[in-house]
Design a protein. Structure first.
Length: 175
C-alpha cells in the first residue's frame, strides 16, 4: 500500500477526519450565531419599559372610546328613528320647554350615555384595559350634558308634504 499525503491524493476520496473537522467548525460557527441572537433578544426584552408606553396606552384607549362613542350614538339614533316622539311628555326627564327637537336630543344623549357606560363598565374599569403593564381606567358618565350632537341639514330633491310636521325652509335635521 502506497502512502501519499492528503494534499497530493488524486483518488477523490475524502478522509472521514476532514469531514468531521469541517462539521465541527460549521457547528461551532452556527452555535455562536444562535447564541448572539439569544443575547440580542434577551437584552431587547430586558430593557426598561419605554417612556412612550403610557402615551401609547392612552392613545389606543382614546381611539377605542371614540369608536365606542360613535357606535353608541348610531345605536341611539336608530332607536330614536324606530320610536320617534312627536309630543313630548312634560313629566319626562328629557323635557325642556315643550320643544320636541330638544326633547329628542336629550333622549339621544341619554341613550348614548347608557350604551357608552355599559361599554366603559365592561372594558375600562378595574384595570381591564392594559397595555404593556399600564392600565387605563375610565369612569362612567354621570350625566348626558357633555354629549353633543352636530346637526346636519338634509333636503329632499323631490317635493314631499307630509301630513304631520312638514319640514321648514332648511329641511330636516339629522345627527
Amino acid at each position: 500500500m502506497v502512502k501519499t499525503s492528503l494534499w497530493h491524493n488524486d483518488t477523490a476520496k475524502v478522509p472521514l477526519a476532514v469531514i468531521g473537522v469541517f462539521l465541527l467548525l460549521l457547528s461551532v460557527m452556527l452555535s455562536i450565531n444562535i447564541l448572539r441572537m439569544d443575547v440580542r433578544m434577551a437584552t431587547a426584552m430586558s430593557k426598561p419599559v419605554e417612556i412612550s408606553a403610557p402615551d401609547t396606552a392612552l392613545t389606543y384607549a382614546k381611539a377605542d372610546l371614540a369608536r365606542a362613542i360613535n357606535y353608541a350614538g348610531m345605536d341611539a339614533l336608530k332607536q330614536l328613528g324606530e320610536t320617534p316622539v312627536i309630543i313630548p311628555d312634560n313629566n319626562s326627564a328629557y323635557y325642556t320647554d315643550g320643544d320636541p327637537d330638544e326633547f329628542t336630543l336629550n333622549r339621544a344623549r341619554a341613550l348614548t350615555r347608557h350604551t357608552l357606560n355599559i361599554y366603559i363598565k365592561t372594558n375600562y374599569m378595574y384595570d381591564r384595559y392594559a397595555y404593556r403593564g399600564y392600565a387605563v381606567n375610565v369612569e362612567p358618565l354621570e350625566t348626558w350634558d357633555g354629549i353633543d350632537f352636530q346637526p346636519i341639514r338634509m333636503k329632499l330633491k323631490r317635493s314631499l308634504v307630509p301630513p304631520v310636521m312638514p319640514p321648514g325652509e332648511n329641511g330636516y335635521d339629522t345627527y
